[in-house]
Write a protein of this length. Structure first.
Lengths: 186, 186
DNA sequence: CGCCTCGATGTCAGCCGCTGTCATCAGTAG
DNA sequence: CTACTGATGACAGCGGCTGACATCGAGGCG
């Protein structure tokens, strides 16, 4: 006989997304999420640093994917390296996660607090990419600009990917957006 | 005889920055800020939506300056319009505000919550710029990319402006950074 | 002058996010 | 059998934030 059902963390995440979608982020208390998952509020905070974080766990792995993409890419041109990293990171978003991503994004778009957290995560991503680029001997300012541009491309492309009616895979969209950015500044 | 001393809002802002610098953001309670300003906690929340916002009041005016710059600029090239807006917005940061900006930024850089708020403000700025560009008939995606790029240039340039030892005015720095971005993607 | 409305502030009660601390108890190692 | 581990529960408490109502100087108006 096990004392606790396994997968507490995953149950909390699922319960949270379901409640947020149904009642909104503000309209949901942590105690409620925990109860839905069969746990207590205190346990929620042992798994997630704060109420928002329950929607952002896993982002670290996504960041590592990006950095790995930069480290493995060849060549010296900053934007070419970033393009390769963008391409590699799309593995994190296969087409069958599109619906889930869309639902999650709807919750985030409905709450400024969640938007703040998302922006912080993207900012950290840009910082990590900047560092990875600098590690390759790229000039710091160029590295920062390339990283920020890469994140901007990802944001615009990701928004397109989860837009209603869109069916192209993320990788193709990102390549197209990057092309647009290039021609814009040519 | 006046019932209350005028300038409650400004007193709260000054008290907050001073306390944050001295004891950190987390180590300062709202009641403490209010008491320092000779007011009560409840009054603080009548002037600022939340504890963080006390450091970001005035950003709306900054945003209006940017949008006005876009509306007044001539020409059709998105990045040229953005460049003009960047130039106009530097009026918000004359050289004699550099020390104050530096102090404020130090407080922000020391607290993730404040960084989130700053990112949200910059994101709103990008959205406003995108709209203003679209209003001029610029393609939506191009407008979004130009706006995001403009904000990225501002961030990098602003960080340079308040860096120790830096003495060039913001306008010149921004022009240089924009030039770097252009050559990066050429 | 007296009255009245207005608006900034004070007071108080209360919810909720979040944390520290200690207890509980199945599983595991020895 | 015993000791230890580690996830969870229980509880108290602080601080951010809000709603509701009271207070009272300032300024308008008769």
């Amino acid at each position: 006989m096990v004392r606790w059902k396994p997968g507490a963390r995953e149950r909390l995440q699922a319960a949270a997304l379901e409640r947020f979608a149904a009642q909104g982020f503000d309209g949901t208390t942590v105690a409620e999420i925990a109860a839905t998952a069969g746990l207590t509020e205190r346990t929620f905070f042992r798994h997630f640093a704060d109420k928002r974080e329950v929607l952002f766990a896993g982002q670290d792995e996504f960041e590592r994917l990006f950095v790995a993409g930069i480290e493995e890419a060849g060549g010296d041109d900053p934007m070419a390296v970033v393009a390769a990293a963008l391409d590699g990171a799309t593995a994190f978003f296969p087409d069958d996660r599109r619906a889930w991503s869309r639902a999650r994004q709807e919750v985030i778009d409905a709450d400024p607090g969640l938007q703040e957290r998302e922006l912080l995560k993207l900012s950290k991503l840009a910082t990590a990419m900047t560092q990875a680029l600098a590690q390759r001997g790229i000039d710091p300012t160029a590295a920062a600009l390339a990283a920020e541009s890469g994140v901007a491309v990802f944001r615009v492309g990701f928004a397109t990917w989860i837009a209603e009616g869109e069916e192209r895979p993320l990788a193709g969209i990102l390549r197209a957006v990057l092309g647009e950015l290039r021609s814009l500044l040519a």
